[in-house]
Design a protein around this ligand. Sequence first.
Ligand SMILES: NC(=O)c1ccc[n+]([C@@H]2O[C@H](COP(=O)([O-])OP(=O)(O)OC[C@H]3O[C@@H](n4cnc5c(N)ncnc54)[C@H](O)[C@@H]3O)[C@@H](O)[C@H]2O)c1
Length: 267
Amino acid sequence: MIAGIRDEGNDMTEAGTTASRVAIVTGAARGIGAATAQRLAKDGFAVAVLDLDEGSAKGTVEAIEAAGGRALAIGADVSDAAQVEAAVERIVTELGPPTVLVNNAGVLRDNMLFKMSDSDWDIVMNVHLKGAFLMTRAAQKHMIDQKWGRIVNLSSTSALGNRGQANYSTAKAGLQGFTKTLAIELGKFGVTANAIAPGFIETEMTKATADRMGIPFDDFIKGAASQIPVARTGKPEDIAHLVSFFVSEGAGFVSGQVVYAAGGPKA
Ligand SMILES: NC(=O)c1ccc[n+]([C@@H]2O[C@H](COP(=O)([O-])OP(=O)(O)OC[C@H]3O[C@@H](n4cnc5c(N)ncnc54)[C@H](O)[C@@H]3O)[C@@H](O)[C@H]2O)c1
């Protein structure tokens, strides 16, 4: 059957439900979010591809549709409450009530502490922490109504501390606490919440870091891979695979966990 579309002859989708389930992936125009949106569409979800600019989300939607899936491009700033509320309402109307939320939107404003500006701090807190809070608050009621839901938050190995990232490491550690509290509050409604803490993943975000440091991206990747036990850096699909597990029907007894996906042990 076509992924994400109800097949009248067989009520079970690949997501294992009686109707197509709706997933929201934030920051899904590119990188980890785009790979995750495509993977969830393949798994049978109708996917809301949310990013700052609706136009930028269209590429991911086209890739999903070309593969036979169902998706909707949504423009919203996750740190703006009114835009988040409007986006979730539009998703409910055009795709259906969302029961999966992947809080993936993110930004970097790296700087050593003594040079970090107030706005470097605020934007990172607003996008990662306030954004995840606003999106989750808006989406959870639909999960509770359906007595089923899955929330996945993107943390980072930087949560363990990373030079030049006082803002980002704080936000990513904060998301782990947020995840555990969601798991405790929402568990009785059939909703799980888990966090993924990736190590080095090849995306525009890590490329921007290489550019800022004046290192060619290939050399930056080689240098990172030499420190990683599996001897390679990660791809967005590595993270999408783990999201696919967390949102699956069979993962209902796994909640409040943080999985470091970094090609080796971290904690
Ligand atoms: N790439 C890595 O190595 C890595 C490692 C650990 C964690 N992460 C986390 O994974 C997530 C995805 O990272 P990526 O590497 O794919 O990044 P990316 O920069 O390639 O993509 C991030 C996306 O988020 C969107 N976005 C930014 N601010 C937004 C806002 N206010 N509202 C809506 N969308 C917004 C951007 O437009 C962009 O499309 C981030 O949360 C990042 O912190 C990445």
